[in-house]
Design a protein around this ligand. Structure first.
Ligand code: SF4
Ligand code: SF4
Ligand code: FES
Length: 488
């Protein structure tokens, strides 16, 4: 008798046959598979023992061919590499469906650019190969294409074709100037949301290693969007990426902000352009929350733009100067922890800088030290995950923990890009609006009273796509404190 243990798996599969004109419907199955089985084993067991008409693709069974990609519980995954779990929901990728879980890969893959050999017979040098390596291991599963928000609203070649264009741009054997091509194919429509990177089974960091690099090349060839050039000029002349519209946060607060009671921690505060100049009240609300919870905040006044709007749009000429100014202002005050509350600035300081200090997001900080419980507010709240917080910094649970402390009801919605990032709001406002509209539709479905987020760009942008108030988590917590104090 075999010693292999068996387990029963219940699974729900979206079945459809567009050629028959019938509506897609979920069907439930129960199968017995070996313990440790993968999702692909479950599909094969259903096809072999229950329903031979179930359509899905597979080939290598080892994560190498990319053909078995499907959505498992809403996330694109390779079925052959994903552990089978009871109550799994299996759906096709967000691509045109041929039948059940088989989608049309050919339409997309047939457009994948190929090498156009030059006359030279040179082979790439080692350092050239090293630059290509991080973006060459694509298995053409199209998980990234399935999740790309930009492709859903504008004409955009999409993440893996951009990856391939950059791979060819780096290859000395290729004869074409890839850059104007990619601009025509929608290079600037990418919001740098990182959804493609997170969905990629080969961990190919398309936004940072392909899109932003192609934008740098576009900049060198004079192809940067005019509006992005204006932002870069503003940073170059003022140190800030947005125009002032009144007294800034840095002008309103002292350099050292003492808490009301005992000092539990001390942090330097990197404010960011939007909070400093446009969303000032949210920043002041946050300071109140920090004061109430024993955090001493040091705010160097000479800090400047972190450079994120320049990195995302490929205009990196003055980046080193910005980085040095920002790092020096904290180092010279002996600060070892720097607080960020803008998702984009936080991701930039953590990933694009090499800082001699720890960078901590406000949600992480408040959860780490714990906060005085606010009074519960009688509101139904939903939360918008800022891309640069969720996917850029991997922060998901902390904001939810804080919201649950203050809101009577919390309802989730899908984590989709609102369209504010990657220079899209400034450079391609129609696209930003279309993505914002999709965000607004999901907000509406939740039936919430308040939308909460943790990024000034999202807060500003989403407000245009919903009639519900959009607030920062700290503004909500402060409301809870005011209610507790009888000041509301
Ligand atoms: S970062 Fe987002 S918008 Fe850009 S290519 Fe990837 S999925 Fe698409
Ligand atoms: S880049 Fe990654 S997710 Fe996209 S097709 Fe290639 S392997 Fe799949
Ligand atoms: S079957 Fe080849 S990657 Fe899954």
């Amino acid at each position: 008798m075999s010693g292999i243990k068996k387990e029963k798996i219940n699974v729900s599969i979206l079945r459809q046959d567009p050629s028959s004109g019938s509506e897609p419907e979920f069907r439930d199955y129960t199968v017995e598979v070996n313990e440790g089985a993968r999702a692909l084993d479950v599909l094969m067991a259903i096809r072999d023992n229950i329903d031979p008409s179930l359509s899905f693709r597979h080939c290598c069974g080892a994560g190498q061919c990319g053909s078995c990609a499907i959505k498992i519980n809403g996330e694109p995954k390779l079925a052959c590499m994903t552990a089978a779990a009871d109550k799994m929901i299996l759906e096709p990728l967000d691509l045109p469906v041929l039948k059940d879980l088989s989608v049309d890969l050919v339409s997309e893959l047939s457009k994948m650019p190929g090498l156009v050999p030059c006359e030279c017979e040179e082979l790439p040098e080692k350092d050239e190969i090293d630059k290509i390596k991080p973006i060459r291991d694509c298995i053409e599963c199209l998980c990234c294409v399935s999740v790309c928000p930009a492709m859903k609203v504008v004409d955009f070649a999409g993440p893996t074709r951009m990856r391939q264009e950059m791979r060819l741009a780096l290859d000395p054997r290729d004869s074409r100037n890839r850059v104007p091509l990619t601009v025509d194919e929608g290079l600037f429509t990418c919001t740098t949301c990182h959804a493609c990177y997170l969905s990629c089974p080969k961990d190919i960091e398309i936004p940072g290693k392909a899109i932003e690099k192609l934008r740098e090349l576009a900049n060198r060839q004079g192809l940067t969007l005019d509006r992005h050039k204006e932002v870069a000029e503003l940073v170059r002349t003022t140190g800030r990426s947005v125009e002032r519209s009144g007294k800034t946060f840095l002008e309103k607060v002292p350099e050292v902000i003492e808490p009301y009671g005992e000092v539990r921690a001390e942090v330097g505060f990197y404010v960011g352009c939007m909070y400093n100049m446009r969303v000032v009240q949210t920043c002041l609300d946050t300071i109140e929350v920090l004061k109430r919870n024993g955090i001493r905040v040091i705010v160097p006044k000479e800090q400047v733009c972190c450079g994120s709007p320049l990195i995302r749009t490929g205009q990196t000429q003055i980046l080193d100067h910005l980085k040095k100014t920002n790092i020096d202002c904290f180092v010279k005050r002996g600060i070892d922890t720097v607080l960020t509350m803008c998702a984009g600035c936080g991701a930039t300081l953590k990933k694009d800088y090499e800082t001699p200090f720890e960078v901590i997001d406000i949600n992480q900080l408040l959860v780490k030290y714990g906060i005085e419980p606010p009074e519960i507010l009688n509101v139904k709240v939903t939360y918008h995950d800022p891309c640069h917080l969720l996917r850029g910094q991997g922060i998901s649970e902390e904001p939810r923990e804080l919201i649950r402390m203050v809101a009577k009801e919390f309802v989730e919605m899908p984590s989709i890009c609102c369209g504010a990032g990657g220079g899209v709001r400034s450079g391609l406002p129609d696209e930003a609006k279309a993505l914002g509209k999709n965000r607004g539709i999901e907000i509406e479905k939740t039936g919430c009273d308040v939308v909460v987020t943790s990024c000034p760009f999202c807060e500003f942008h989403i407000q245009e796509s919903t009639d519900r108030p959009v607030k920062n988590i700290n503004s909500l917590i402060l409301e809870g404190y005011r209610k507790k104090d009888g000041n509301c």
